[in-house]
Design a protein around this ligand. Sequence first.
Ligand code: PEP
Length: 446
Amino acid sequence: MLDIISFIQTIGYVGIFLVVFVESGVIFGFFFPGDSLLFTAGFLASQGLMNIWVLICGTVVAAVLGVSVGYAFGLKVGPMIFKKEDSLFFHKDNLEHTKHFYDKYGKKAIILARFMPGVRTFAPILAGVGKMDYRSFISYNIIGGLLWGAGLPLAGYYLGNSIPNVDKYLLPIVLLIIFLSVLPTVVHILSEKQSRDKIRNFAKQIMDKRVKLLAFNWKMNPETLDEALKLAKNSDFKNAVVIPPFIFIEEVSKILKNARLGAQNVSGKNSAGGAMTGEISAAELVNLGVKYVIVGHSERRAMGETDELISQKLQNVLDNNLIPIFCVGESYGERKVGKEKDVVERQIHSALSILKLSAKNNQLIIAYEPVWAIGTGNNCSPEDALKMIKFIKNILNSTLSISNVRVLYGGSVNPQNIKDFLKYKEIDGVLVGGASLKPEGFYDII
Ligand code: PEP
């Protein structure tokens, strides 16, 4: 609280007017704290530290001028503004919210928006884009400027004069003002289904990151559809990804209520190159409801998949909004001579460095699967797995600038040893092969 008071005292009248001007109609001003600033300045005036009339006059003029500049800017750039790319200071979302606000309130939006942070800055710009009649614009602008620019300082001034020892309650009062001023914007945003969906997806992404993943790779099992359906039913827990052979995917998808669906492989080419006998495209998987795809499994590397092909598959998977579970890991011989880190680093670099990952890196999952531990019953020690997983996260962060990637451990995980891996916060889940055919053992474990 003291900070906002000393901030106001430092910036003085000119600073306040400048903040008000920028916040009222200059694109990058949308995050300025106008309401609390004006209220607190009014309070300071009540304590004799500022002159209330200078404050009000300057604020109203700055507010009206700022809005006019926003309007002129909107007139000049026109609908082009909707094509502008998002940046630190410009978010198309704010523009869209403001547009809906106009659709709802018409010209009155110019006045109402004054009291809504965020919307406040974009309202005059959109009035210009929509070529609002200048006379109505300027009248609404002046009314809004007077109500807001005089109202808030006067509220602070009035409270400062009428409540004894008000400085004791100033912090909660200012917090209440911030809350009340943000509330209409939040309500407005939440009233749009599209925004609610965005918030829900964002929360889901965060939750997904915290939940430990249990990926069940059935490999080339079972032999019949009946068995596959039974297995799917028994594997249908919340944080599981069920990864059956291709032929069962469609039927398994009808069974799963909680678990998500994965595929064990995908073509490196997209479906536009249809002459690819025996291949399955990422688009075909998407249409079956698949969300995850294993890429670069050591058993497929052993069949001849190169780093280059793996890279193409990863790109294809990401381009189709699927989540790759990208497998890396060293052979027994490589670990014996202490080369495990070199091997894994090479696999990651050769597959990821040529990808266009930027926007989608949060979808990537890596599975550290030492080849010697897969299907052998001879798992890597949880401490060694942890070491390698930390190493992988470090490479992603430091050399590829990719953060927030989930890294799983895979290699002879079973219901007896799974907790030893998952107790480490850095191990984000496990990829299970053989033991996934008896999923009952994993109930209630994660
Ligand atoms: C796998 O197939 O990725 C795997 C880890 O197999 P398993 O659990 O049988 O070692």
